[in-house]
Design a protein around this ligand. Structure first.
Ligand code: G3I
Length: 334
């Protein structure tokens, strides 16, 4: 039995992974992606980002993202859609133009409406807004380095949820960010965002017309620095009590500070994965876990943080690591 089957048997909705069309030619990798018992939820790591979909203004190309959606549907896997309003990986026509507030608002609305309409009824959830909060240091204030915050101001957040709600009444609408499980201040920032969305008054004057259903805790973590199980459970309980929304671990990986890792470090990594999985199982409103890639061969970490990595459940040869067996053990016990 794979991790997703065990996760469902433990009462949760999914154990999933991110994947990318770049890996389609790797047969060994693809066989694991296509196994619905192992991964019951698939999310495109890059293909639905604005900068990938609309490289040229007005020419939206869904080919790559559609290929991932079609494979997930064929395998009977849930499909998570990622991501609508994110200040990174934007098309150059967005980042290099000078925008008025009205023009960028209209452009963002068109983007969200087009993309959400295209995937209507295919997505379990949409990551509507990602990483709107300031980090380093983590805080509860909105990041000023976002073009949306700079040009539109804070209303870009409830507006994004509003347009997404209109275009797909069924997909769960998520806010997605990192360090929420370790920074109470940043988590408070998300609570504020949830209220901002709930109190939003639509252009036609109706209050509460923008929907938000959940929060994704990215959880790009490091071995040996994962909070204790009690502290993780307590932050998740506090957070879900304040928002009354579901949460999921949305981009989980637990990397080593330096690679290659030795056996002791791999055991610690297994313990850390077990802690995160146990926390989700223990918190009623935690609905599932998605890893941000499952093989060390293709993880984004080594590109973004040279010298660090090996944060996945499978090694470069698609062999299950101690962490995978640890996760299975926790799920079996549940
Ligand atoms: O678009 C070019 C493509 O044309 C070229 O062929 C290819 C060759 O290297 O590079 C492509 O761009 C890369 C892109 O991934 C798509 O493959 C970028 O250089 C690379 O920086 C980009 O990295 C992605 C990163 O987001 C960008 O910020 C990672 O794969 C992806 O895992 C990562 O994911 C994000 C989540 O979406 C949001 N949360 C944080 C997470 C980690 O940064």
């Amino acid at each position: 039995e794979g991790l997703h089957s065990l996760m469902v048997a433990a009462g949760k909705l999914f154990f999933g992974t991110a994947t990318d069309v770049r890996y389609l030619l790797d047969k060994a990798h693809q066989a694991i992606v296509n196994n619905p018992s192992e991964f019951g939820m698939i999310v495109p790591e890059n293909s639905q980002k604005w900068g990938e979909l609309e490289k040229e203004k007005g020419r939206v190309d869904f080919t790559n993202a559609d290929a991932i959606a079609a494979a997930a549907a064929k395998n009977g896997q849930k499909f998570r859609c990622h991501v609508l309003t994110w200040a990174a990986q934007l098309p150059s026509f967005v980042t290099s133009s000078t925008w008025t507030k009205e023009a960028l608002t209209a452009q963002l609305k068109a983007h969200i409406t087009t993309v959400v309409t295209h995937y209507r009824s295919q997505c379990y959830s949409w990551d509507v807004v990602s990483e709107a909060l300031s980090s380093s240091p983590d805080s509860n204030t909105l990041s000023n380095s976002s073009i949306f915050q700079k040009v539109i101001g804070p209303s870009y957040i409830p507006l994004s949820f509003y347009w997404a709600s209109l275009a797909d009444p069924d997909a769960k609408l998520y806010y997605n960010d990192f360090n929420l499980e370790i920074s109470p201040l940043k988590a408070q920032g998300v609570v504020d965002i949830v209220h901002l969305v709930r109190n939003f008054i639509s252009p036609t004057g109706e209050k509460g017309k923008a929907r938000i259903d959940g929060t994704g805790l990215q959880s790009h973590l490091f071995v040996g620095q994962v909070p204790s199980l009690t502290s993780l459970i307590s932050s998740l309980e506090t957070f879900t009590n304040l928002t009354s929304l579901e949460v999921s671990f949305s981009e989980l990986d637990i990397s080593h500070d330096s690679v290659p890792a030795n056996d002791t470090q791999m055991e610690q990594q297994a313990q850390d994965y077990m802690t995160v999985v146990s926390a989700c199982l223990a918190v009623e409103k935690c609905v599932g876990i998605t890893v941000w890639g499952f093989s060390d061969k293709y993880s984004w970490i080594q590109d973004a943080f040279p010298g660090k990595g090996e944060g996945c459940l499978y090694d470069e040869k698609m062999k299950k690591k101690a962490a995978w067996y640890g996760v299975r053990e926790v799920l079996k016990r549940a």
